[in-house]
Design a protein around this ligand. Structure first.
Ligand SMILES: [Zn+2]
Ligand SMILES: [Zn+2]
Length: 176
């Protein structure tokens, strides 16, 4: 399982492979370590049954970076690629439309939509933490799709925390 997260100490984006075998995540830039909670990762066999540690597929029970147990599943689909295909299809169909080729125009539009759908279905799923936005690839978990209400709850919480921290915040230089 691969994790991509923002280092809590230096805010750099860190990607680490094989987190299921690690006891802590170490930032390569500032060497700040995030302790991986022991109960955070479970294992399941091909049919979803519980498996021995190190066998089958790692299943995330909670976020490894923050204390949140709320994550959501979504397709790991590069948005730029999806938009690029649609734009290319539109450009091509404008040409065929200008040449009054009706059938190719609709074939191109339908084809690009189909390519987008097929690519979307083939893309693996990834997990994202609502609270700290850490992303996990190559693992499973008991998490559903994106929920706006949960997202809003965490967003409000972040705002409250930053407001509370703002007045008496210690200068950044005092953090070693
Ligand atoms: Zn760091
Ligand atoms: Zn998190």
């Amino acid at each position: 399982m691969r994790i991509t997260y923002a280092c809590p100490a230096c805010e750099a984006t860190v990607s680490i492979d094989g987190v299921e075998t690690m006891s802590s995540l170490v930032c390569p830039l500032c060497t700040a370590a995030v302790e991986v909670p022991r109960d955070a990762i479970g294992w399941s066999g091909p049919g979803g049954e519980p498996a021995e540690a190190g066998e089958g597929m790692p299943r995330l029970r909670r976020c490894l970076v923050c204390p949140s147990t709320e994550l959501f599943t979504r397709k790991d689909f590069p948005q730029r690629l999806g938009v690029g295909i649609v734009v290319a299809g539109l450009a091509a169909s404008c040409l065929t439309w200008a040449w009054r080729l009706l059938v190719p125009t609709f074939a191109i539009l339908f084809g690009t939509a189909l390519v987008d759908v097929v690519l979307y279905l083939l893309m693996p799923e990834c997990l994202t933490c609502y609270r700290c936005a850490a992303r996990y690839r190559g693992g499973g978990g008991p998490f559903g799709g994106f929920d706006l209400e949960t997202h809003e709850k965490h967003r409000q919480q972040r705002i409250r925390l930053s407001e509370r921290a703002a007045p008496g915040r210690p200068p950044a230089s005092s953090v070693s």
